[in-house]
Design a protein. Structure first.
Length: 371
């Protein structure tokens, strides 16, 4: 559900599940990993200075193939087995990232997963070395066909949790992992550590100590942000609903419900937002929406996720609602909508609408039922 104005102290992100990368997000294994890969590089006649910059956020198989291009499959398998053995032996020295133990301890039965490029054996050893709990869902590099930045791992984790990726929040520290989360359609991506500053993560925090989750809302202490959101007013929306271009011709009757991949008009966009939050709206044009009292009901006390209809006043010979602009009520002073003027989703105040002749009249509000 959307929330009120973003607090100066806390950001709030609605989410149904948390998906964590392991290394650099839950556990501090950078030094151990670099020690292991430096040893591996030396054993294979390679310069560690060449190898170490390429190891983060990718599977050991891809790293081995890159630096040992002349090896056959058996040779690559042996090289991977060697680095796995080195790193697993060193996993006892792994330590948790600040805040990881407290955050995971408070999850209880809420859905979460670890999604890592490491092997199952190595990820398990590192979580154990850091005294962190093992999740019910662990998607590792040796269980997917293609590693990060491909979306396979995050798609698999969301599927095993029984959720659409848009209802999940991903925590990543590398560019490859963040690209994987984006490609999977994750609702939100939280970057962890300074390395994530050079990415399109929604926000970046130093570690997990500034986070809390109650099963529906992730809260983030604003004073801990290394980088805040591009538009705080839209942070409650998943990625695919935050950057939708306005396209007038996207008639709701001719558009797959919830599909905004090719842009949307005001109605298609408003209906997609409601659908994401579990409201059911048939593909009605604005005049039909206003006249209908079966699928939606007229209300006089707008609540979050009610539909608002704006127009320039009555049109001679036309029914009320004809060509009305459809928006989504968030709070008394926050109204979400998509229009030609803004070009992208925007949050306006009632005064913003009243100042524009084509939206000068608030025709009324309609409420859609929960699914």
């Amino acid at each position: 559900m959307p929330h009120g104005p973003v607090s100066p102290d806390v950001l709030r992100i609605p989410t149904k599940a948390l998906l964590f990368d392991c290394d650099g997000v839950l556990v501090d294994s950078v030094a151990a990993g670099e020690r292991g890969w430096a040893q591996w590089a030396t054993e294979h006649g390679l310069d560690p200075a060449d190898v170490l910059p390429a190891i983060h956020g990718r599977r050991s198989t891809e790293t081995a193939r890159h630096f040992l291009p002349d090896r056959d499959d058996a040779g690559i398998a042996a090289a991977v087995a060697r680095i796995d053995a080195i790193e697993t032996a060193d996993a006892v020295h792994t330590r948790p990232i600040p805040g990881a133990a407290a955050l995971l301890a408070g999850l209880g039965e809420r859905p979460w997963a670890v999604v890592t490029s490491a092997t199952t054996v190595l990820a398990t050893a590192r979580l154990g070395g850091a005294a962190l709990p093992l999740p019910d869902v662990l998607v590792s590099g040796d269980t997917v066909a293609t590693g990060k930045p491909a979306p396979d791992c995050y798609l698999a984790a969301a599927a095993r949790l029984g959720l659409a990726p848009a209802h999940t929040t991903v925590f990543e520290d590398t560019a490859a992992g963040i690209r994987a989360a984006r490609a999977a359609g994750a609702g939100h991506v939280v970057g962890i550590g300074k390395r994530a500053l050079d990415s399109d993560a929604d926000i970046v925090v130093p570690d997990l100590a500034c986070l809390a989750w109650d099963g529906t809302t992730l809260t983030v202490r604003a004073d801990a942000l290394l980088r805040g959101p591009a538009d705080p007013d839209l942070l409650f929306l998943p990625t695919h609903l935050r950057n939708v271009p306005y396209v007038y011709a996207r008639d709701p009757g001719r558009t797959t419900p919830g599909d905004v991949s090719e842009g949307a008009n005001c109605q298609v966009y408003a209906y997609a937002v409601l659908a994401h939050f579990g409201r059911r709206v048939p593909p009605l044009r604005s005049s039909d929406l206003w006249a209908d009292e079966t699928a939606v009901t007229t209300v006089t006390d707008p609540r979050p996720l009610d539909l608002l209809l704006y127009d320039a006043g009555p049109l001679p010979g036309r029914p009320d609602g004809y060509a009305a602009h459809v928006a989504v009520h968030l709070a008394a002073d926050r109204i979400l909508h998509l229009c030609k003027e803004a070009a992208r989703p925007a949050v306006w105040t009632p005064a913003d609408f009243a100042a524009r002749p084509r939206y000068t009249r608030l025709l009324g509000a309609k409420r859609a039922p929960a699914e």
